[in-house]
Design a protein around this ligand. Structure first.
Ligand code: GLN
Length: 330
């Protein structure tokens, strides 16, 4: 295990201790199972466990396997939703994708009132959001998506071709969703092209550190704290965080909001990004999943960290809204 605090390490002692303790607490936890429906994901090492925290000043703390690359999967969804919102505006996107939790699995083939996807954090809404990425062809959309994800992470990301192929060869359920959306006139493009872009966007390689930085970009009102470059618009970030808060953790979203109280998004490869607004982003990676598809260790780590430091958005001490000053004495 390694703590890699930057030059302001001494200011972070209390937080480092907390992260260290929680990493120790859960590193031997073997509950949960690897995702296997995308064959390539079943090759993950169940021991992998990385955590990272990036604040809005660009300071990063990381423990364990925080630099191991894995495919982003559904953690791409809030950012692609953000791209769609920035490109088309809220009203047009709302016409096509709802903002209600579905209470069902991420790959469920169902629509809100039979009309439009429940939200953009589950597959039907995410596939519509991918179709709204500027660009005529799949490769133009993928380039745009990769650029946005890279800008949010603060480094150039790349696609894992093996995972892309693995999902494309087996992604029949997502194809069914795509054709259903086409039938409802929610996709006006070639369904296979849109799915190609969707599978590729899910196959972008990231680390827990990247996910923390991407969360920090949202916490920092859409501007990457390291590069200082804007990634998503102010109003878009508000909308994205709202939907992450209510819908980001699949059919665990309600309990997550209740217990942890942070906007967050998880993915089936075991990644999770959580946001303490205006303060910092959290990134975790552990591929063992609970039955709802959330990383077991990621969920427990965030729950304990939120409890230990009062990070729940509605914590009565309200420490979460001034975590950095309260904890670091800044
Ligand atoms: N690419 C995956 C899928 O569409 C993403 C799902 C997820 O991370 N929950 O099935």
């Amino acid at each position: 295990m390694s703590a890699e605090p930057n030059s302001s390490a001494n200011r972070y002692e209390g937080v480092i201790q907390s992260l260290h303790q929680l990493h120790e607490k859960y590193k031997d936890c073997r509950e949960g199972a690897l995702a296997t429906y995308i064959p390539e994901l079943s090759h993950a090492d169940p021991n992998w466990f990385g955590i990272a925290l990036a604040d809005v000043n660009g300071h990063v703390l990381e423990f364990g396997d925080s630099q191991i690359e894995f495919t982003i999967q559904s953690v791409s969804k809030p950012f692609i939703y953000g791209v769609a919102l920035d490109a088309l505006g809220r009203d047009e996107v709302l016409r096509l994708i709802g903002v209600e939790p579905s209470g069902d699995a991420f790959n469920s083939i169902e629509m809100q009132k039979g009309e439009r996807p429940y939200n953009a954090m589950i597959n039907p809404g995410a596939i519509v959001a991918t179709s709204l990425i500027p660009g005529k062809t799949a490769s133009e959309k993928v380039e745009h998506a990769l650029h946005t994800l890279s800008e949010a992470a603060g480094r150039q990301l790349r696609i894992d071709e093996n995972t892309y192929r693995s999902e494309s060869e087996t992604g029949h359920r997502n194809r069914a969703i795509g054709y259903f959306l086409r039938n409802l006139n929610l996709l006006d493009q070639n369904v296979d092209e849109v799915l190609e872009a969707y599978f590729r966007q899910c196959s972008v390689l990231v680390t827990a550190r990247d996910l923390a930085m991407m969360g920090a970009t949202l916490a920092n009102m859409g501007t990457n704290p390291l590069t200082g470059r804007p990634v998503l618009g102010l109003e878009t970030v508000r909308d994205v965080l709202s939907v992450m808060f209510t819908c980001g953790m699949y059919d665990f979203a309600g309990e997550w909001a209740f217990r942890v109280g942070m906007p967050a998004k998880s993915g089936v490869s075991g990644g999770l990004t959580a946001v303490v607004n205006r303060q910092f982003g959290i990134g975790t990676f552990s591929p063992l999943l609970d039955p709802m598809g959330n990383s077991v260790r990621g969920v427990r780590f965030c729950r304990d960290l939120a409890e230990a430091h009062g990070l729940h958005a509605f914590n009565f001490t309200n420490v979460g809204s001034r975590f950095i000053e309260a904890t670091l004495g800044l």
